[in-house]
Design a protein around this ligand. Sequence first.
Ligand code: ASP
Length: 439
Amino acid sequence: MKVVKFGGSSMADAGQYRKIREILLADPDRKVVIVSAAGKRYSGDHKLTDLLYLCYSHVKYGVDCSRIFKMIMSRYLDIQSDLDLDLNLEPELKALKKRIDAKEVSREELVSRGEYFSAKLMAAYLGFQFIDAADWVKFNMDGTVNQEESYNALRGRVTPGAGAVIPGFYGAMPDGTIHTFSRGGSDITGSLAAAALDADVYENWTDVSGILMADPRIVDDPQAIPEVTYDELRELSYSGAQVLHEDSIFPVREKNIPVNIRNTNDPQAPGTMIKENFEGDHDPDRFITGITGKKDFSIISLSKRGMSNQVGVLYKVLKVLVRHKISVDYVPNGIDNVSVVLPTRAIEKELYTIMAEIKQEAEPDTLEVHHNIAVVAAVGRKMAFRPGISGKIFAALGESGINIRMINQGPDELNIIFGVDNKDFEAAIKVLYNSFVTK
Ligand code: ASP
């Protein structure tokens, strides 16, 4: 059995609903369907969830939201009439509007209606059972999900072998009121449903053919990653584009259920498979799984003669940063010097105080700060214990005249991280991609 989740762009109009039906018909194991609210049909269009948030803000400040609500209504009623459904959502939408005007609808309940109405339409179109997320996704008072209770509730509602459609993004608090996940949270609902039902795979359908090896704004037409482990994904999503909501990994990972990222607009593409690990090497020539990075880091460097024989210099530096609640990304060091690498925006406001405190605590001989550093990470599980990869990386960068400001490798050898000047960021990513990815 497969649990399948369709994101906003897959739910944007009647044409997309038809594609989804074809996808489900192509594989009878695709039985439990999680849906997002309608997304953008074209660039410049509005996401339904955004319109709902906007509607709530209007009402909150006493401004009439009828025009926005009309847009919301027509998005759904257009799909309903295009698909010629028996269902008529109009009375329910109008009743909601009345409650909004009477200020009876909370912000979270209102924004959750995007997924709710999507699921109602999709269930009617497919002839599947509608299962409300509020009836099984149970939140604790602290906003975490009560997994056991939720899983049991869903198992009690799904008829084995029959199809079901579930709205993503929300659930119920212990008192029954609606609570939503953070934005993009329908991914979490899908993951919880897959875990509850012990699915063989959790398919997450979106509008890209998988997770890309590099940012397509930097590299032309980058290849999709066929296979990635959860650990690699974590390294990649630290900076790269987020295809999946970060919290959606946990429920499926606990149960060892693979996640398959697929493209509703290109259903033949195999997409990206995410698993704990992969048996066998399906692509022995591919050492790097993906390349990612972020700009705008700063390096605080200090040197102190005889530092390697002194206890606690690094501790004193970190103590200052802890006091300012600043977390450090990397700590490259030499014999008598050490630096800390951290996002510039984290220290910007308090930089002079921080520098003064480090000077006082650690009493360095020199203390400097350098800004405009970009961090690039080459990620790949197959780099571990394989000589020559970092040699190849640094040779390629050297040949292109890119100066490396910092080098760091995690102890698990899952990544090689290096710092370059901000201005070299895009070039560094391109050089790496072109030297490791053979078309
Ligand atoms: N509709 C919600 C959002 O736009 C949740 C989702 O699509 O996953 O964030």
